[in-house]
Design a protein around this ligand. Structure first.
Ligand code: B16
Ligand code: MG
Length: 214
């Protein structure tokens, strides 16, 4: 019996990918690397350091661990500046209502984002009160596709993984949810998220009546 729903943040609740892109592109430009919006797809759901490594791979550049730390920190400083401008209106249409409906139906609701900036984004969107627990990139050792983040979210809301459904937009996130022994609703295209139990184009398109049948 499904008792809880766990939401990813970027791509499921809000499009922070755009802000990540602008900051990564600024860094890539400094490094003389061409980094396109198409390339940015590869960064969705993966950690900050892995994102930087993908960009360096694209540019055929190899750097020391120390230099990589410095560049990742620089990108994050820009990203944090950009997201300060996020407005509550940027939350995807219908999502706050969906979270409220879930709570009204006695489902537990959690957030599980790889981002170390998730708390800031949630605060700016003014939706923190709609979650029973928030797990982010500062609390985990292994990032998606490792199931750690979803298992920790389930633990925080005191639910067995088998009773949880995850909403995810990244392939690595779908894999993480399934590896955690949870059901998964993919948000995006079937070509990318084919392993999910159900796929919708937009988060709020999902009919909550289907939760128990996943
Ligand atoms: P940060 P999610 C992920 O968020 C993003 O999709 C991914 O592009 C980003 O690299 C990652 O967070 C880390 O973000 O640099 O802010 O710690 O989809 O897991 O909510
Ligand atoms: Mg995501």
């Amino acid at each position: 019996m499904i008792q809880a729903v766990i939401f990813d943040l970027d791509g499921v609740i809000v499009d922070t990918a755009h802000y990540h892109f602008v900051a990564w592109q600024r860094l890539a430009r400094e490094l003389g690397i061409t980094f396109t919006e198409h390339d940015n797809e590869r960064l969705k759901g993966v950690s900050r350091m892995r994102s930087l490594e993908i960009i360096l791979e694209i540019g055929g550049v190899s750097l020391s661990e120390e230099k990589k730390e410095e560049l990742a920190t620089k990108k994050n400083t820009w990203f944090v500046e950009y997201i300060e401008a996020i407005k509550p209106e940027e939350v995807f249409p219908g999502v706050p209502q969906m979270l409220q409906q879930l709570r009204a139906q006695n489902y537990k609701v959690a957030l599980a984002s790889s981002s170390k900036n998730a708390e800031t984004v949630i605060r700016l969107l003014q939706i923190g009160h709609l979650f029973d627990a928030i797990v982010d990139g500062t609390m985990i050792t292994h990032t998606k596709p490792d199931p750690e983040i979803f298992l920790l979210a389930a633990k925080k809301i005191n639910e067995a993984p088998a009773n949880c459904v995850v909403f995810e937009d990244a392939e690595a996130g779908v894999e993480a949810a399934l590896a955690a022994g949870m059901k998964c609703v993919g948000v995006g295209s079937p070509a990318q998220l084919g392993k999910a139990n159900f796929i919708v184009a937009k988060t709020a398109e999902f009919d909550l009546g289907k939760l128990q049948g996943l």
